[in-house]
Design a protein around this ligand. Structure first.
Ligand SMILES: Cc1cc2nc3c(=O)[nH]c(=O)nc-3n(C[C@H](O)[C@H](O)[C@H](O)COP(=O)(O)OP(=O)(O)OC[C@H]3O[C@@H](n4cnc5c(N)ncnc54)[C@H](O)[C@@H]3O)c2cc1C
Length: 540
């Protein structure tokens, strides 16, 4: 009997857990994460097919306690059953022998009422964790909690210090100003851009409100509470938990502990490391290295005066870009060693190389048409000094390397010119100045915690190293008309600087939008109207 064939009894047992019983491609369903993970880990150590492993080694193995795990009355029951069968699952998972086994179980976790510092720490993850955060563009951050207080993180160390009152006064003022300026800013935006007959009231209201919220987001401090949903695998969560718990910030340490508790109820077998001696050692390594580096760099840099710097500066780029790219483009189409292909690329004329690069770019019809991995051969390094709002958005890109300096008020802030025109800039700036004075006072005593006071309008410095392929994606996405002007300007300037050093390579980045738009969201909202009409419904 071919392995894939099952008796009628076996088929009946298996059917609820697989999307088909006889095809070579099938999905798993109705199975807890630990069973799916353990099943896949057996894959690499068995010559049976997966459905046979599921049947023989899990469903029919008493040790696996499969019936209780799968048929538990509720999630708690299931968790108890998983815990009881833990030794069995651990043995299966350990048998696999590689850390990547912890990638085989995933979980959705909601992190609510966390500060923007915590949200950014979660979103700093790259491979294996996918975040989605409450938007400052679609949600007004002026709501109060049940006690009538604005929703920001009351940092425990600050609240126990002599700055507590000043902290609350400065943050209350930021939120109150945000709240008070919203109606006049919205009225100004609407007065500037009247609704035309092609635009629905819904699209117009939504686009103008988004614009007003975009203009005022600079008032929100890093302490602003927000919600972040995460979908991730165990391995990525383990690393995240260790990083968070090694942080000097109490909020991040507590967040790590809470995340661990919740993940222990969902994918316990995949998030054990942070609780072991190995996790402790890693945490210690991260915290100790950071402390020692901070001290050493302080010695090196103290007394240095800051040089003025542009907001977007290309610090480095590939001098051999065309040759490297041409070689990488040809490589998969030959049998030659890379060195020989590189020599060939070097010997080609510029015209020949450019022709090859044009062929590799191909006929892109939209920004989703991405050229091949050869374009990852070329790199650029940028240094930015821009408002935290822009940093928050660009930080979300993961196929690159980014690192920031601390959130502080020392680089000053940016006021959107529209707020001047709307006649609300004075109130906006007064609230920021007030917050800056409190941030500096807190910094004297509690330098780490002082970061919570800093509003998004203040500038931050960060560096980014990215390859040409990611540059295509980032520049085209982040210059698109619906983007926030802060990061659109950065993306446009990055494009100009790349074009200045590599005109032939920039030619392919053809969906960068260098125009300005008074109402960024309008076209996107009009497209949404069309999609809603096609679906026969209204927006939620
Ligand atoms: C107009 C606009 C509005 C936004 N609104 C919100 C919002 O309300 N809330 C919010 O949280 N975020 C929002 N974002 C951020 C957005 O969700 C992305 O996190 C961000 O744009 C990074 O884009 P990316 O994932 O395509 O790029 P990168 O991380 O740079 O990745 C490059 C490409 O690699 C691939 N890739 C990378 N990681 C993965 C992965 N884990 N799985 C599969 N493929 C992957 C994808 O093809 C991706 O396009 C918004 C972005 C824009 C432009």
């Amino acid at each position: 009997m071919a392995e894939r064939e099952f008796s009628a009894d076996e088929a009946a047992v298996l059917a609820p857990f697989v999307t088909n019983l006889d095809g070579p491609i099938f999905g798993l369903r109705n199975l807890p994460e630990v069973v799916k993970g353990a099943l896949f880990s057996r894959y690499s150590r068995s010559d049976k097919d997966l459905r046979r492993i599921l049947l023989d080694e899990f469903i029919q193995a008493p040790e696996a306690d499969f019936g209780r795990i799968v048929n538990g009355q509720d999630a708690r029951d299931q968790l108890v059953a998983v815990k009881q069968a833990e030794a069995f699952y651990d043995r299966v998972l350990v048998g696999y022998g590689d850390d990547s086994v912890a990638e085989l179980g995933g979980a959705h976790i909601a992190c609510e009422q966390i500060s923007n510092i915590a949200a950014k720490a979660l979103e700093d993850s790259r491979i294996g964790i996918d975040p989605l955060e409450k938007s400052t563009r679609y949600v007004a951050f002026n709501k109060r909690d049940a006690q009538g207080r604005y929703r920001y993180y009351r940092e425990p160390q600050i609240m126990q210090s002599r700055c507590a009152e000043r902290y609350e006064a400065a943050l209350d003022r930021l939120f109150q100003t945000y709240d008070e300026l919203l109606p006049p800013t919205l009225a100004w935006v609407r007065a500037q851009t009247a609704r035309d007959t092609h635009t629905s009231e819904r699209a117009y209201n939504s686009a103008t409100r988004a614009k007003a919220l975009d203009l005022l987001r600079g008032l929100l401090p890093m302490a602003t509470l927000t919600n972040v949903g995460l979908f991730g695998n165990g391995r990525a969560f383990e690393y995240l938990l260790i990083k968070l718990s090694a942080s000097p910030l109490a909020e991040l340490q507590q967040l790590a502990a809470r995340l661990q508790d919740e993940l222990d109820q969902l994918i316990p077998s995949f998030v054990k490391r942070p609780k072991t001696a190995r996790g402790d050692a890693y945490r210690h390594y991260l915290a100790q290295t950071r402390a020692m580096l901070a001290a050493q760099v302080h010695v090196q840099t103290s007394g240095l005066r800051k040089h003025p710097a542009p907001s977007v500066w290309m610090a480095d780029y590939d001098r051999d870009a065309e040759i490297k790219l041409a070689a990488a483009i040809m490589y998969p189409y030959t049998d030659l060693p890379l060195e020989q292909v590189q020599n060939l690329a070097r010997a080609m004329s510029t015209a020949e190389r450019v022709e090859l690069i044009r062929t590799a770019v191909g006929e892109r019809q939209n920004r989703f048409h991405r050229p091949s991995r050869a374009f990852e051969e070329v790199f650029y390094t940028f240094d930015f000094l821009a408002d935290i709002g822009a940093y928050r958005d660009l930080q979300r890109h993961r196929m690159l390397t980014q690192e920031r300096q601390r959130y502080s008020v020392i680089h000053g802030y940016s006021t959107p010119p529209e707020l001047q025109a709307a006649g609300v800039a004075d109130a906006f700036e007064a609230a920021l100045e007030h917050a800056a004075s409190v941030a500096l006072a807190v910094e004297d005593e509690l330098p780490e915690a002082a970061q919570y006071v800093v509003p998004f309008a203040f500038r931050i410095r960060w560096r980014m190293k990215l390859n040409l392929r990611e540059a295509y994606h980032l520049l085209e996405l982040r210059s698109s008309p619906q983007g926030h002007p802060s990061y659109r300007t950065i993306a446009q300037e990055m494009f100009r600087q790349i074009k200045a050093v590599h005109p032939a390579l920039a030619e392919g980045i053809q969906f960068v939008d260098l125009n300005d738009y008074p109402l960024e969201r309008l076209a996107a909202e009009q497209r949404l109207d069309q999609k809603l009409r096609d679906l026969g419904g209204t927006a939620l």
